[in-house]
Design a protein around this ligand. Sequence first.
Ligand code: GTP
Ligand code: MG
Length: 453
Amino acid sequence: MYPVPVAGVRELLVTSGSTMAAAEVARQMSEGARNLSLSGHVGFDSMPDQLVNKSVCQGFCFNILCVGETGLGKSTLMDTLFNTRFEGDPAVHNQPGVHIKSNNYELQESNVRLKLSIVNSVGFGDQINKEESYKSIVEFIDAQFEAYLQEELKIKRTLHNYHDSRIHVCLYFIAPTGHSLKSLDLVTMKKLDSKVNIIPIIAKADSISKNELQKFKIKIMSELVSNGVQIYQFPTDDETVAEINGTMNAHLPFAVVGSTEEIKIGNKMMKARQYPWGTVQVENENHCDFVKLREMLIRVNMEDLREQTHTRHYELYRRCKLEEMGFKDTDPDNKPFSLQETYEAKRNEFLGELQKKEEEMRQMFVMRVKEKESELKEAEKELHDKFDRLKKLHQDEKKKLEDKKKSLDDEINAFKQRKTAAELLQSQAQQSGSQQTLKREKERKNNPWLCTE
Ligand code: GTP
Ligand code: MG
């Protein structure tokens, strides 16, 4: 269970009106407490049972991330570990990059319900350029932390029924080469070690001989140490599991074999892999470390893995994220700095910056307006000049046309005068012609012997 705030400490803070840190108040409270013995049974010794009942009622969640190259037996191992069949078809491995596939399952054992997520890094190691292979895995882990942080920061939180998708363990599958770790493995584990509990495992351990396996394990561990990769250590602070966990830490990385095939050995059905030369029993500790892995991962340390995820990895993510946002626990003089003060300081800083930005924008605006104004003035002047030029051109043209019109009018008038004179002459000529005709007519009448023309 994750730590919950102590109600008494909170009340004391409120009633005393003091700004004393909660830890200090708690210390004073415990120092000032008197030891009393009870004269009869009260019942608060049932607290652990109450806690167990509540947890059983709520159910548990556990999220496993499987990282390893294609075909290393990740899905088979998951099926073997949980004694069931999870996904159907194998993933496609011709993608340009690594992508994350998450499947959720609900399992029940006795009366305990487990929400299990199995997250797979599909296509890991399939690309020619493997430089960015770790990226999508890191982003996925961070995204789950971020979702939890956002839920925590909400005013109305529902953490009690929040579906926690943070990765509790990363099973890192190492190829059974017998040589050394690939640089892809080292780089990926280095990128992941501050974000998730890594348990390295040698996959398909049946393909490596006993002597070689021992040497391979030593080589892997020394490479991890020399490269500063921090893998998950089974906790030894709880004395009930200290011995077994201590022993198991020395067995890392576990060399595992997975199989869902059951074979009759003696009068028992056992998970095994059959070969022409013999049978590898998955649950036989002389054959592989599968049982050790199952013990450590599920039966002994599942709760510690969940707790480490919350108290170590998530806490680190949260701290970095809040510091990135400008929140601090102490001021520059190393004095405690409350969230309220940080908020106020951040707000003032933000307002100051906003004002500065506003002023800058205003100045920029004024400058741009001035620039635009002068541009417009320039354009207006150009337009005026153009208008004047056109006006003058128009006037000249008009004058030319008027002159032409005047000369044409003069010509018309002259023509009209000539026309009138011609018409006059013509009518005069017609008049004299008709008079002569009349005269001749008269003469003919008077002298009929005159022959007509
Ligand atoms: P992808 O999801 O495609 O990356 O593959 P995977 O890593 O999930 O491997 P999967 O479990 O599909 O197994 C691939 C092949 O390896 C299958 O033929 C399995 O039967 C075989 N296999 C699985 N575990 C072991 C093992 O421990 N030893 C040997 N020799 N073969 C195994
Ligand atoms: Mg698979």
